[in-house]
Design a binder for this molecule. Structure first.
Ligand code: HEM
Length: 136
């Protein structure tokens, strides 16, 4: 079985840059980023570290994603938007096997963020619908 090569650090930075180009332009989630982020180069560097840690096991991201999102004016449907833009970006840059790896990690992370932010103590089955943008 051929094994797709792991993306390089430069590929990951490119992914992060392309994703935020889309996210900042998006009318539904762009304003949240614009209001919260002053230094885009620092944010891109931080998120590049995060994704290198996730995908390349680089162990260099030391952050607190849950704490970072807690003060933001987020609503559950925004996570479906975020994931849709993420999937478009990964599909535009990588082979399907590699895109699927990034997508699966993003989905898992979005699910755990949403579970902590919105659905504490509730049943989780709802989450699957929220995250793919279904109405209930
Ligand atoms: C609508 C959905 C989302 C919005 C609007 C959003 C927005 C933001 C903003 C504004 C920050 C910067 C916070 C700050 O510097 O104070 C941030 C940080 C971050 N976000 Fe998101 N985010 C979303 C979903 C996600 C998802 C799904 C992931 C992961 C797959 C993610 C990963 C991160 C990480 C790793 C950080 C850095 C945390 C840290 O510095 O400790 N975000 N996000």
């Amino acid at each position: 079985m051929p094994h797709p090569a792991l993306p390089s650090e430069a590929d990951i930075e490119e992914l992060v840059r392309r994703f935020y180009e889309r996210a900042r332009r998006d009318a539904r989630i762009g304003p949240v980023f614009e209001a919260a982020i002053d230094d885009w180069e620092a944010h891109i560097a931080r998120l590049t570290d995060f994704w290198c840690s996730v995908i390349l096991a680089a162990r260099r991201f030391k952050g607190n994603p849950f704490g970072a999102h807690r003060p933001l004016p987020l609503e559950p449907p925004m996570f479906a938007v975020w994931l849709g833009l993420w999937r478009e970006t990964t599909a535009s840059l990588f082979e399907p096997e590699v895109a699927a790896l990034f997508d699966a990690r993003a989905e898992r992370m979005a699910e755990s963020l949403a579970a902590g932010l919105f659905f504490r103590g509730q049943e989780t089955p709802k989450l699957a619908g929220v995250l793919v943008g279904e109405s209930s």
